[in-house]
Design a protein around this ligand. Sequence first.
Ligand code: GTP
Length: 342
Amino acid sequence: MEAIILAGGFGTRLRPFTFTRAKSLLPIINEPMIAHLIKTLPKKVDTVILAVNYRREQIEEYFCKHDFGKTIIVNEEPEPLGTGGAVKFADKHIVGSFFVLNADIICSLNLAEMLRFHEKKKAVATISLWPVENVSEFGVVDIRKDGTITKFVEKPKAEDAPSDLINAGAYLLEPQVLNYIEPGKLISMEKQIFPQIIQNTGRFFGYKFQGHWMDVGRISSYISVHKLLLEKQKKTFITGDQCTIQGILRQSCAGNRVSVGKNTTVESSVLFDEVTIGENVTLDHCVIGEHVSIGDGSVLRNVAVGDNERVQDGTVLDNVVVWNQPIPQGYPSKQIGNVIGE
Ligand code: GTP
């Protein structure tokens, strides 16, 4: 069985970290986001098709060095084709029912159970569903008791919402879905293809699950997912190999070869590999990129510091992105699409 992982987006909302790396390789608790996802795949999935474009070579290199016991196919789109276009572009590798998974979702969805549900319902398509409180910010589903989805309603007022369930970014599809997608075009699975499947087959189902779900699309959710996973592991902080920590880390995660000086407090923050933080520093809700140094006495709150940046002693920053290097050619100035519909 195959799983297509959508990992071709630019991840513009996670810049500056996506200026230098594929979003799916961003570390979460010191392991790339995409590794967390691959570990949740059922045994039955023996082939993973990576639908990639931006920073393809980094993803390829990662999978050359790390074995997950599955065949990995790197399927590079000539240009980003959207979620539908990327799935169609992978059709030569599909032989039966297949998963389509967003690379940027961290959740407790049990894909093997979702597969059993899909088979029992003889569904053409099954999508995972997650309940939210703020329906007016999302597309929600209209769903019958038996799990059939009859339509999507975009950003309804709370009183008009047919449910509180949103598309949670994991799909299980039959190959016939591929017939609905025109090849070589920028196509949204969610907006253009799913409504046709609902209308033409009546076998479009929703699979609700419980536990946790997080769309790791922004710096704030990137920090939140670390807090969530630390809590689940009952830890207040995590450090990688060869770290020298003289200060205090709270609800934070540090990569390999990180040093944190005396009287420094790191709170609700993520430090990538090879970060050096001086003495008497305060970091609160910050993400600090690889090879960054933060000078003594600095105070940073809600700050994202891109790879290889230097922050001078005594710097005070609030709610900014630090990036003083050129932006990579072709990197979009704003978000191209939005699958989950925040
Ligand atoms: P933003 O620019 O911040 O919205 O991030 P993004 O580019 O990752 O877009 P979004 O969060 O909407 O994408 C959800 C998932 O779909 C991510 O795992 C993306 O990598 C993936 N994705 C988005 N667009 C494409 C595409 O055109 N091709 C492929 N292969 N994957 C895509």
